[in-house]
Design a protein around this ligand. Structure first.
Ligand SMILES: [Zn+2]
Length: 305
């Protein structure tokens, strides 16, 4: 690759452009998958009147700005959300491209781009429908294990390229999948018994399998607790604000808003936890597990096997 493409300035720019295209495709997926439509055919058409959209009116970010959020064919106004998603995926891809220009290898870059794309699709769909499609959670989990098996360097096990390193890397990924899923399954089961109502869905358990397959068991555990922490941090002010807002306006539709104990999708927080982990936080977070590993190393707990 020519030197110019590897500079810390140019590479994030290309990452951003690529990200907006993937963000645009994400919008198509988030719109069509929950209603059971094909994501490939027919090509883009207006959600308002059904007219197919020519390519020059389908340019990520720019079209929305140029047409001021209006469809070109009818009075349909394109939600701001579409534009925000294109920008978000663009920024995430630009960030990973920046890491690549520093010291990331190509395979790790591809894994991070794919993983973050899957996570952002899940965030959007789960937030809107309270469902996580299997093709992303289960599909992502299977793909994550196969990807780690094929490229052991992802788990820093690719030094000798023997079959053993492939199996070790695949096993590491599978371990992340199983530990993540089963831990969340039991947390959900105990929460169900404790609070008397369903706290976590099957979709969350499968999603954490996918996160574990890409991030390993440490990343999966972080996604649960980091995700819960992040969720609390974001939701608490929102709930307090709405509570006082409802009081002051005596809003009769207050049951439609966020409330204490209201059902909130957990998937988006797990997904953000996964992105944060692979986005570089792993270097700090992994060391939090050292005391646990020390414990296993220095006790006879596992030596019996
Ligand atoms: Zn239209």
């Amino acid at each position: 690759m020519p030197e110019i493409f590897l500079t810390p300035l140019v590479l994030p720019y290309f990452g951003f452009v690529l990200g907006t295209v993937f963000g645009s495709f994400l919008n198509v997926c988030a719109h069509r998958i929950p209603i059971g439509k094909s994501i490939i055919l027919p090509s883009s058409h207006c959600p308002g009147c059904g007219t197919s959209i020519p390519w020059f009116r389908n340019i990520p970010i720019i079209t929305w700005l140029y047409q001021k959020g209006q469809a070109g064919c009818c009075a349909f106004s394109i939600p701001l959300r579409y534009w925000l998603i294109e920008v978000s995926v663009g920024l995430v891809f630009a960030y990973f491209a920046y890491l690549y220009s520093l010291d990331l290898d190509l395979v790790s870059l591809l894994a991070r781009l794919l993983f973050s794309w899957i996570m952002i699709v899940v965030i959007v769909i789960d937030y809107e429908t309270m469902l996580i499609p299997d093709r992303f959670s289960v599909g992502g989990a299977v793909f994550g294990v196969l990807f780690c098996f094929t490229f052991p360097e992802l788990n820093e096990m690719g030094f000798d390229q023997t079959w053993l390193s492939h199996f070790a890397s695949g096993f590491n990924s599978l371990l992340g999948l199983l530990i993540g899923s089963s831990l969340l399954y039991w947390i959900g089961t105990l929460a169900h018994i404790g609070f008397g109502r369903e706290a976590l869905g099957e979709g969350d358990v499968k999603l954490l399998g996918c996160i574990g397959a890409f991030c390993g068991w440490k990343g999966a555990i972080f996604a649960i607790f980091g995700g819960a922490f992040l969720g609390t941090l974001l939701l608490l002010p929102l709930m307090i604000f709405q509570k006082s807002f409802n009081k002051s306006t005596e809003n009769e539709n207050s049951d439609k808003n966020l409330q204490w104990g209201a059902e909130v999708p957990f998937g988006p927080y797990l997904a953000i936890g996964g992105i944060v982990y692979l986005g570089g936080a792993s270097e700090v977070i992994d060391s939090w597990f050292d005391p646990i590993l020390w414990f296993f190393d220095n006790t006879s707990l596992l030596k019996a096997f």
